[in-house]
Design a protein around this ligand. Structure first.
Ligand code: ATP
Length: 239
């Protein structure tokens, strides 16, 4: 088994005449937390969406767990073992916590397996267990983010990709989200994390990539990026 779980090779994505991703190559090692940081519009979300085949790649390849998944439809990519928690949570406000989780178990027909998955996510998110019958829309912002993360885990992914999980949360909840991400990794799930909160992301990550206008301009161990002068100035607000 290779220690590389994901490799993106020379990815290009266009939206009409906009060249949003301009030749991105990145690698994610099994068991690590890898983060993509960069300003608004740098192409972070587009990269994740292209990995899932939610947007068309103009060119480039995606290798997951040793297989070329570049041309697979999204649902087969989920079955292969990649989960995506999109930006903005997108939970169903009029469905209960339980129903929200069951929506994510759509690809499972085995009841025992679904029960096991529910136990797995309730173990990680005990607060959701206390609120199984509550409507998603009545949860606090932090709880909704936990529900979105739990939903992403219901397919038991080997790699979980998170798009700005800390966005719009109060500082205390941001801390909690980063702690949960570390817990998810301890459970053996590899994490690819997009964040505008570069400081929080780099603190928990093993490795990081810095994106600027569709290109990777810097990559290194997260501990080294944290002390990099350019990163400190542009992304950490430290002069
Ligand atoms: P953000 O944090 O704001 O989502 P990002 O780094 O994730 O930023 P992307 O959302 O990937 O950036 O956007 C990259 C570029 O592609 C931007 O210039 C954006 O305006 C453009 N873009 C993104 N989605 C679309 C779309 N559906 N149609 C046209 N242009 C798009």
């Amino acid at each position: 088994m290779s220690d590389m779980i994901l490799a993106v090779e020379n990815l290009h994505v266009h939206y009409g005449s906009i060249h949003a991703v301009k030749g991105i190559s990145l690698q994610v090692k099994r068991g690590q937390i890898v983060t993509l940081i960069g300003a608004n519009g740098a192409g972070k979300s587009t990269t994740l969406r292209a990995i899932m085949n939610l947007v068309r790649k103009s060119s480039g390849r995606v290798i997951f767990d040793g297989n070329d998944i570049s041309k697979l439809p999204t649902h087969e990519i989920v079955l292969a073992g990649i989960g995506l928690v999109p930006e903005g949570r997108r939970i169903f406000p009029n469905l209960t916590v339980y129903e929200n989780l069951m929506m994510a178990a759509y690809s499972r027909t085995d009841k025992e397996q679904i029960v096991e998955e529910l136990q797995y996510v309730f173990n990680l998110f005990p607060r959701l267990k206390e609120r199984v019958k509550q409507l998603g829309g009545t949860l606090s912002g932090g709880e909704q983010q936990m529900l979105a993360l739990a939903r992403g885990l219901m397919s038991r992914p080997k790699l979980l990709m998170l798009d700005e999980p800390s966005l719009g949360l109060a500082p205390l909840l941001v801390k909690e989200v980063f702690e949960v991400i570390q817990k998810i990794r301890e459970e053996g799930v590899t994490v690819l994390l997009i964040e505008q909160n570069a400081l929080g992301a780099l603190k928990i990550a093993d490795y990081g990539y810095v994106l600027e206008t569709g290109r990777i301009v810097l990559e290194d161990e997260a501990s080294k990026l944290l002390v990099n002068e350019g990163v400190k100035k542009s992304y950490l607000g430290i002069a």
